[in-house]
Design a protein around this ligand. Structure first.
Ligand code: SF4
Length: 474
């Protein structure tokens, strides 16, 4: 089988933009952060001879990537709602450089806004619906677009859509991504504040059983079932990764909710324990203590937990499926076992008031995760939250990010204007981090480890810059 010479590109957009095909909420973060472009690495692994270019972590500009157009026959660009307009400009520049280049867009944004996306520019030849791995491979095989399921394309003056492609059921048919990382990426360029550096992240499954109304991927590309790779397949990839990356200090399983299938999570943990790997994962705040213990005993270091709010009515409004008491119990269990927690919170969800913001800040301080992230509610097209926001007139602006790529507050409520929600984020961070106990524990980590010291000093500077930018925008 011969393939078109194929470039997989996460295009340059905002400086420091963490919008790659592995980032759930695309924005420039408070401190330098980049997730791996796993969703692009997956089809890249299916197309022999392809290349994956992840522009933001490598600091590549449009001028750097434009000449690549001449070397390829097909370019697949990962896009997102915040970066779409910039990604279109990149596509147009590539097309100008090589008029014969076929260009496709993938990602949740184009999966739900197919016709609008195609209509945005003649430089976009096709957009993929939902899961795009095998769709892209078939395009790279040179098949006519009309014969490839799961895409919309430009046909003369009109736009056409092919029949849907069913979701992948046998997830072991997806090849490993780590050889693509090793071939095309520099692992040292990937940072996440709460993960050891360097780290590597990958998926052991796609989809999430929960129905949180704001959550992008399960409602667009991943689905609301947890489709998993076999345990053997996962362990084999970790073995391959360790051969490629002896310098990596931690593996992160970026499945939406790795703990959705507890017996499987325990089995993977036991097998990782035998390998002596340090690892972390996403989890919902409902994992029983017995499972936490198995995971901790087998190398688990940290859990990334979406608490979202400290107000039960808001959790009910967004269909989080969690009670505050169980979140408290889970957090205490994890702490008792010595598992670190990065807790994520969202301000501006339906039902938010000044009082609920205060409640969430107090809840976060009570739980006292090791680190936190505070985001603004982001109504992505394709989510139930977006539909609700349009219907209720809560959407005060379309853009999810500002001119510098940092998050904006697009939702406002009759009793809580969007500006107040926006201003509450830095206040939340200050109230959480500028407590004597928290400052002492961060200082203790730095004193114990020189590498941590250097990194935290850099992140501290970036974080203070973020706070002052917020003050200037407020
Ligand atoms: S549990 Fe997490 S990943 Fe699953 S739908 Fe809710 S927010 Fe999304």
């Amino acid at each position: 089988m011969s393939y078109l010479r194929t470039l997989f590109l996460h295009p340059p957009s905002y400086q420091g933009f963490d919008g790659g095909a592995g980032s759930r909420y695309q924005a420039r973060r408070e401190v330098r952060s980049f997730w791996y472009p796993t969703w692009l690495a997956q089809p890249a692994a299916l197309v022999p001879g392809s290349r994956l270019v992840d522009a933001p972590p490598d600091g590549l500009t449009l001028d750097d990537v434009r000449p690549l157009a001449r070397q390829y026959e097909l370019a697949v660009l990962h896009t997102s709602t915040p970066s779409f307009a910039q990604d279109v400009r990149v596509a147009e520049a590539l097309r100008a450089e090589n008029p014969a280049l076929r260009i496709g867009f993938v990602g949740a944004h184009v999966a739900v806004q197919r016709e609008r996306a195609l209509a945005a520019s003649e430089a976009i030849d096709f957009v993929c619906h939902g899961e795009f791995d095998f769709t892209v491979r078939e395009v790279a095989e040179g098949r006519p677009l009309g014969e490839v399921r799961g895409l919309s394309y430009r046909d003369g003056a009109g736009l056409r859509a092919t029949p849907p492609r069913p979701p992948i059921e046998n997830m072991d048919t997806l090849p490993f991504v780590v050889p693509v990382y090793a071939r095309d990426l520099t692992v040292e360029n990937y940072y996440i504040g709460y993960l050891l550096h360097p780290y590597v992240s990958l998926y052991t499954g796609r989809g999430c059983r929960s129905k949180c109304t704001f959550c992008l991927w399960p409602q667009t590309v991943g689905g609301q079932r947890y489709r998993t790779r076999s345990v053997d397949h996962v362990i084999e990839e970790i073995k391959v990764a360790r051969r490629h990356f002896p310098q990596v200090k931690e593996y992160f399983f970026d499945d939406d909710t790795f703990t959705d299938d507890l017996p499987r999570a325990e089995e993977i943990a036991r097998r990782l324990g035998r390998l002596g790997v340090t690892w972390s994962c996403n989890a919902k705040a409902n994992v029983p203590a017995a499972t936490l213990e198995v995971m901790k005993d087998n190398g688990l270091r940290l859990l990334l937990v979406g608490y979202e709010s400290g107000n039960q009515s808001i959790l009910n409004n967004i269909k989080k499926g969690i009670r505050l008491e169980s979140a408290r119990r889970f957090t205490q269990d994890a702490k008792d076992l010595g598992i670190k927690i990065h807790g994520t919170f969202i301000l501006g969800l339906p039902g938010e008031t000044r009082q609920t913001i205060d409640q969430t800040v107090r809840f976060a301080c009570d739980l006292d995760p090791d680190t936190i992230q505070v985001s603004l509610a982001a109504p992505y097209p394709g989510t139930a939250l977006y539909g609700q926001a349009v219907e209720q007139g809560w959407l005060v602006r379309d853009a999810l990010v500002g001119a510098d790529g940092t998050q904006q507050s697009p939702l406002g409520y009759p009793d809580l204007p969007h500006t107040e929600i926006f201003e509450a984020v830095p206040r939340f961070y200050r109230r959480f981090y500028f407590r004597p106990g928290k400052l002492l524990s961060l200082a203790g980590d730095m004193i114990r480890d020189w590498e941590v010291m250097k990194r935290r000093l850099r992140e501290g500077r970036e974080f203070l810059e973020f706070l002052s930018r917020r003050r200037a925008h407020a």
